[in-house]
Design a protein around this ligand. Sequence first.
Ligand code: CP
Length: 311
Amino acid sequence: MSALSVKHLLGIKHLDRSDIGLIFSTADNFSTILNRQIKKVPSLRDITIANVFFENSTRTRISFELAEKRLSADVVNFSASSSSVSKGETLLDTVNNILAMKVDMVVMRHPHVGACHFLANHINANVINAGDGTHEHPTQALLDAYSIRKRHGRVEGLNVLIMGDILHSRVALSNIFCLLKLGANVKLCGPPTLIPKNIESLGVAVEYNLDAALAWCDVVNVLRIQLERQKDSYFPSLREYARYYGLGLERLNRLQKEITVLHPGPMNRGVEIDSRVADHPRHSIILDQVENGVAIRMAVLYLLASDPATF
Ligand code: CP
């Protein structure tokens, strides 16, 4: 297989296992290139990509921009806070104006679930979801699974724990879809108030005791407490959260086994993760995730642009 089964990357839900395999093998090639002295390739020369961000981002926005530049694409950046959105312009008008300037691909982050699906139904360009509300963040899940595969040599058969604020996390849902498609066993852990009802129907297990969940897993993906999305009080205090659901070094040492620690960032150090774990030279692959993100995003951009039906 040499082409993706989709024209847009809106969510992992729409990919099949062979799509993910193709993205990983393409990322392997780009990863090699990124470690060369000359990191730039001409693959997307004459392709123009707009990064349209209606919500804050550090990693995803920079990673996409770097991936696009490494592929020699022309890049334009748009952020809602400094645009005419604040004057009342609609999402479709904003994007159509950008497209009128002959843009071929749009990478979009938006606070509303489904915003990128709406866009994909109304424009001709390829759309890549860089995070839509609490729904999906597909490139994050791809880079997480890719980083696990690099560390363990496989994803299939591994026990992967996703812990933290599952309810408000788009990373959680994309990770669940991606890991299950790749044959991992997935368990969720967090306070009952932050685990969505009936989430087991997706094929995951739920464990509320963090020590029991950690004893089960080979890999743990720690999600941050999304205070900006929490309208109610979901737990008594950050101190209590850190005590029961924080990944501390003592807790990790009690396991007497090696587990791999991921975090998509940004981290709340001292809340969901202890600094000594986040920076741990053996357990933590958090900065590897960031590095792998560029190769994964190069692969996604390259494969979508290579689809003969697209251009
Ligand atoms: N992981 C992630 O999406 O980080 P940013 O919000 O900084 O892009």
